[in-house]
Design a protein around this ligand. Sequence first.
Ligand SMILES: Nc1nc2c(c(=O)[nH]1)N[C@H]1C(S)=C(S)[C@@H](COP(=O)(O)OP(=O)(O)OC[C@H]3O[C@@H](n4cnc5c(N)ncnc54)[C@H](O)[C@@H]3O)O[C@H]1N2
Ligand code: MOO
Length: 606
Amino acid sequence: MRVGLADAVGRVTAEAVWARRSSPAFDAAAMDGIAVSSAATVGASETTPLRLPPDAYDVVDTGDPLPDARDAVVMREQVHYERTPAGPVAELRAAVPPYQHVRSVGEDVAAGELLLPEGHRLRAVDVAAAAAAGAVDLLVRRAPVVAVLPTGDEIRPLGGAVEPGQIPDTNSLMLAAQAREAGCEAVVLPIEPDDPARIAAAVHAAAAESDLVLVVAGSSAGRDDYTAQVVEQAGTLVVHGVAVRPGHPVVLGLVDATPVVGCPGYPVSAALTFDIFAAPLLAALQGAAVQRRPVTRARLSRKLASVVGMDDWIRVRLGEVAGRVVATPLSRGAGVLTSLVRADGLLVVPAGTEGHQAGEDVEIDLLRGLDEIRRTIVVIGSHDLVLDLAASELRRRDPRISLASSNVGSLGGLVAVRDELCHLAGSHLLDPASGEYTLPYVDRLLAGRDVAVVRLVHREQGLIVRPGNPLGLQDVKDLTRRGVRYVNRQRGAGTRVLLDHELTRRGLSPDDVEGYAREEHTHLAVAGAVAAGRADCGLGILAAARAYALDFVPVTTEPYDLVVTAGLLDAPVLAPLWELLGSAAFRAAVEGLGGYCTEETGRRIR
Ligand SMILES: Nc1nc2c(c(=O)[nH]1)N[C@H]1C(S)=C(S)[C@@H](COP(=O)(O)OP(=O)(O)OC[C@H]3O[C@@H](n4cnc5c(N)ncnc54)[C@H](O)[C@@H]3O)O[C@H]1N2
Ligand code: MOO
C-alpha cells in the first residue's frame, strides 16, 4: 500500500526508494553575500584589493540559485561596499576559489541515487529526505494487525465499575499499546468469560481478521485456564510453557494459519511475553529487524538468587556510584507491574545460573539512557515517604533528575554505603544502649570511613490501627493482649528495632506479640495490611496511617537521617537534593504529610 509521507513514519518500506529529483535541484548559494566569477577574483589580496562594479556580481541569499556566469559566493561579512555614481562597488581583499559557499546540484541527494533500501523502518529524517528527493508517497508494507483477546470471568472493561474480586482489564490496554509501538495496528476485542467454546469462537474470528492473536490469561493450570486447550482443539498447539520467568506458562500455536500467543495473565508476564515472543514475530512479519536494546555492565547491589532451569528476567534500577553503574533488583513478582514502570534495565539470569553475589559484575539491557542514569540519586536503606516526595519534586524541577530509593531497611542501607552501592542510605536506627540514633551504627559498621550524616526529618512513629481504634490500643504493651494481631517489619528495619526496644523497656518479649513473625517491607504495606483487616495493628509513621485513612496512636518521635560518604557530599549528582532540602516550599509540603518536623532538615549532624 502507498501512504502519504506524513503518515509513513514508523512504517516499513516495501520497495527501495530511489531519488527522482536532485536536492538541491540547482547550484545554490550556501551563504548570504554576493555571487561572483572566481576567475575574475584572481590576484585580489589585502594589499591589492579587487573592486567589482555592480554588473560583476549579484547579491544572493542562502538557498538562492546561483546566477549564470557566477561560480562562487563571498559572505556578506567579507565584502566592503563603496558607493559610486554607477552603483555600489564591491571590494574583495582575497581571491575566491571556485565553488566557495556553493551547494552544487545533488549535494544532498542526486537523482537516480538509492535513498532508502526496502525493509527500512521510516523515521522523521527519512520521510523528509524522501520528500526532498521528489517523493509524495511511499510504498510500505502492510502494518500487521494484532488482535488482543482478554479472557476471564473476573476481568472488567476499563472505566467501568469494578466490584470486589474483579480486575480491570489493564493488560489489553498495555498489549495493544506495545503492538502499536511495534508498528502494528491493534484491535482490542470484547472480554470473553472463562468458557472454552466462547474463547474458541472468538479466537477463530480473530484469526481470520488479523496477523497475530494475543489471548490474555488462562494460560496456566487453574480450573478455568483454557487457552492451551482452545489452541490445541482449534488449531495447532506448538508450545505450552517455556523456561522463562515471568512468562513461564506462555502458549504458542496456530489457529487457521494465524499465529496465536497465549500471554499469561500476570501483567509483568504479559508485557515480557510480548517482548520475548510477539515482538520478534511482528518484526519478521514486517520484514524489519528486531530492535535490540543497548547494554551496559553494572555491579549488582544485592545478592540475587535464581532458580536453575529458568531464564529469570529481573527488573533493575540503575545509578552511577563512584564511577560505576550499580544495579538494584526490583520486586520480582509477576504481578508487580510497577517493577517494570520503575525499571531502568533488565537483567536476564540464564537458566544455568543459580544467581549472583552482591557486587558481582552483570550485563544489563538498558530501558533508559545512560545520561539519565548518571543523574539518578541512588538511595538504599530504610524508606520514608519524604523520599518519594523529594523524588517527585526533584523531577518536577528538572526533568533530567531521578531519585531511586530501594527499601532494604536501615541496616542494609549502611552496608550499601560501605560497599559503595548507593549515594545515600536512609536510616533511623535506634541504639538501645545509648538511646542515640544511627551514629553508633555508623561508628560500628563504617569504622574508619569518613562518613557524613545529614538530618532529613523528625517523624512520629506510632501504632497504626483501624479507624476509631476499635481494640482501644493505647500503648506498645497492649500488643501482648490476647487476640491482637500485629504486623511487623522485616529484620534490619529501624521500625522493627524500635519495637524491640519499646518491648524490652516494658519487660516484654517478642514471643508475647501475636504476629511478630509476620513481615511487611514498608510503612505503607503495614498500613495496607491493617486497612484490609489482615492485622489489627502495626508500628509505623503517621503519614502511612493517613494514606489509608487509619487511626494513629503516637509512640515516639525519631530522627530520620541520610548517611553519605563524606567525599560524595559535594558530588554534582547530589547538589539538587541539598538545594531541595533547603527550600521552604518543600519543607512545608513535608509538614503537610503529617507527623513530620522539618526544623533540622538538611542539617549536617556529622
Ligand atoms: N498451579 C499453578 N498455578 C499457577 C502456575 C502454575 O504453573 N501452576 N503458573 C503461575 C504463573 S507463572 C503465571 S504467570 C500465572 C498465569 O496465569 P494465567 O495466564 O493462567 O492467568 P489467570 O490465572 O487467569 O490470571 C492471573 C492473574 O492475572 C490477572 N489478569 C488476567 N487477565 C488480566 C487482564 N486482562 N488485565 C489485568 N490483569 C489480568 C488475573 O486477574 C490474575 O490476577 O499463573 C500462575 N499460577
Ligand atoms: O512465570 Mo509466571 O509468568 O512467573 O509469572
